[in-house]
Design a binder for this molecule. Structure first.
Ligand SMILES: [Zn+2]
Ligand SMILES: [Zn+2]
Length: 145
């Protein structure tokens, strides 16, 4: 039996050598899309709050040929169109299910408020971190310019 393995280029593990099973598992996870579910990839933001969804503005079809980027169909007079605060507009039946999955505009990632306290906290922290960085930058500029 050992001859067969040697012919295939298989070498037994030496003392202290571990099989590379972690890498193998990581590949498996990635290939089966489980990477994201485990929170290892980029996490999708939580759904928009019900209030934010119901506050979306209804807009009337005004003849300018615009397309809904969710379903890639043009709007027409029969469409019920919702406008996001970022001014991107989508069919009501397209954007509502989308926002029940994640809070951001499919086009520009503009984020609506969510009901998820953890996420709102995380967003605030992120904003604060950016602000701090800007403060440091402007301080640096004021000292060296
Ligand atoms: Zn649509
Ligand atoms: Zn947008």
């Amino acid at each position: 039996m050992s001859d067969y393995f040697e012919e295939m280029g298989w070498t037994p593990l030496r003392d202290g050598e571990a099989p590379n099973s972690f890498l193998h598992m990581a590949r498996l996870l990635r290939d089966f899309g489980m990477w994201d579910e485990l929170g290892l990839g980029e996490r999708l933001p939580p759904p928009a709050s019900k209030e934010a969804i119901s506050n979306l503005k209804d807009i009337k079809f005004d003849g300018t040929c615009q397309q809904c980027t969710v379903c890639l169909k043009d709007f027409d007079a029969a469409s019920s169109i919702k406008s996001m605060p970022c001014r991107h507009s989508f069919h009501n039946e397209c954007i509502t299910p989308w926002l029940k999955k994640t809070n951001s505009c499919p086009l520009c990632r503009y984020e609506l408020p969510t009901d998820d306290e953890d996420y709102e906290l995380y967003k605030k922290e992120k904003k604060r971190a950016v602000q701090r960085e800007e403060d440091v930058k402007s301080l640096h500029n004021s000292m060296f310019s």
